[in-house]
Design a protein around this ligand. Structure first.
Ligand code: NAP
Ligand code: GDD
Length: 327
């Protein structure tokens, strides 16, 4: 019989790739989608438009326990991937309260509903390399101490501990992925890689003149989202629940992204990029670089798509969108 999975955040970058991955493995896939007053179907469900006849969507809000409880009660779940979150770090500095509300309470609600209604359902929590923050060691592993540097990161550390608590207190199969940055043509336009690739493409076709950025020296360990969702699934197939770092082990700067993206289009980023203090963060995470040895050994997971190939794929996709006037 087909296994059944619920994805919170199915409309996001990772949710869309994970839904594809699970459908490919023969799963029955359900997703939680929040209702908003002004709804443009094309924009809101854009990332899963090609999957709409193959997934079952349920309305739900992370802020509402009854809405989560009702979805979990409706579907006999084998696995639950909790990806929904306010995921933009910069926004969490502007409104830390709503980030905490969504990310902390939302995670607690999903765990509590599962404990009540589906205690045997396997649970994945979308932890983040941001939890390492002001890093205590390089590279970071599952044993590296957390030092979160933003309300977003604090919310993820709390979600991580909640997940471990449900595992230890109630014997539930709860695993956390500590995922380093992963990008794709489906990345939100406000995140730095996509902001750069979409702007470079718009500049190339004459729809934009300049690009304002913040800290060009920040470094991240950037992988491809399509590969990272496979690690999420693998974590829930283990004999015992555990936590895993998922990363490429390589690091590049924001400046490298600019150089790479503009050069794909035959442009020099130095002719177009301005620095704007508004994009600097009150506290920065300077050097995230992950050691995914445990995932390699236990999950048989290995990233294959390199930094240049990732950025080039994003630029080419954005060039098509920009040429059609869609970005
Ligand atoms: P994303 O593209 O921003 O997607 C976030 C998803 O959460 C969207 O489907 C969004 O729905 C949903 N959501 C947000 N607030 C909600 C609420 N109040 N109620 C219900 N749904 C809500 O994020 P992503 O890049 O796919 O990341 C997935 C998860 O992994 C997030 O938890 C993120 O923090 C974490 N993570 C991401 C990375 C990365 O590099 N991408 C790295 C580590 C961890 P709408 O479509 O309605 O906005
Ligand atoms: N967004 C943005 N916009 N970032 C900029 C800009 C800019 O104009 N200029 C420089 N940066 C720098 C930021 O200061 C940060 O150091 C880096 O680019 C990456 O920023 P984002 O792409 O916004 O991602 P993030 O690393 O803060 O967070 C992402 O990765 C986390 C995993 O480490 C998100 O996906 C989080 O949800 C995720 O947990």
């Amino acid at each position: 019989m087909a296994r059944t999975a619920l994805i919170t955040g199915i409309t996001g970058q990772d949710g869309s790739y994970l839904a594809e991955h699970l459908l490919g493995l023969g799963y029955e896939v359900h997703g939680i989608v929040r209702r908003v007053a002004l709804e443009s179907q094309r924009q809101r469900l854009g990332r899963i438009a090609h999957l709409l006849d193959r997934v079952v969507l349920h309305p739900g809000m992370l802020e509402s326990y009854p809405s989560i409880y009702s979805v979990v009660g409706r579907v006999d779940l084998d696995e639950c991937y909790h990806l929904a979150a306010q995921s933009f770090v910069a926004e969490s500095f502007d409104d830390g309260f709503s980030t905490m509300q969504t990310n902390v309470m939302g995670t607690h609600f999903v765990l509590a509903a599962l404990k009540e209604l589906r205690p045997r359902c396997r649970f994945y929590f979308a932890g983040s390399s941001e939890m390492f923050g002001k890093v205590r060691e390089v590279p970071q592993t599952e044993d590296t101490v957390f030092h979160p540097r933003s309300p977003y990161a604090v919310s993820k550390v709390t979600g991580f501990h909640l997940t471990r608590n449900f595992r230890e207190s109630y014997g539930m199969f709860c695993a956390s992925g500590i995922l380093f940055n992963h990008e794709s043509p489906r990345r939100g336009l406000e995140f730095v890689t996509r902001k750069i690739t979409s702007s470079a493409a718009r500049i190339k076709v004459g729809r934009q003149q300049r690009l304002a950025l913040g800290n060009l020296d920040a470094r991240r360990d950037w992988g491809h989202a399509r590969e990272y969702v496979a690690a999420m699934h693998a974590m829930l197939q283990q004999d015992d629940p555990d936590d895993y770092v998922v990363a490429t082990g390589r690091t590049n700067s924001v400046r490298d992204v600019c150089e790479c993206a503009f050069s794909v289009l035959g442009l020099d980023y130095r002719d177009y990029v301005d620095l704007d203090p508004k994009y600097y963060r009150p506290a920065e995470v300077e050097l995230l670089i992950g050691d995914a040895a445990k995932a390699r050994e236990q999950l048989d997971w290995e990233p294959r798509i390199g930094f240049e190939a990732l950025i080039e794929e994003m630029v080419r996709s954005d060039l098509e969108l920009a040429s059609r006037g869609e970005i």
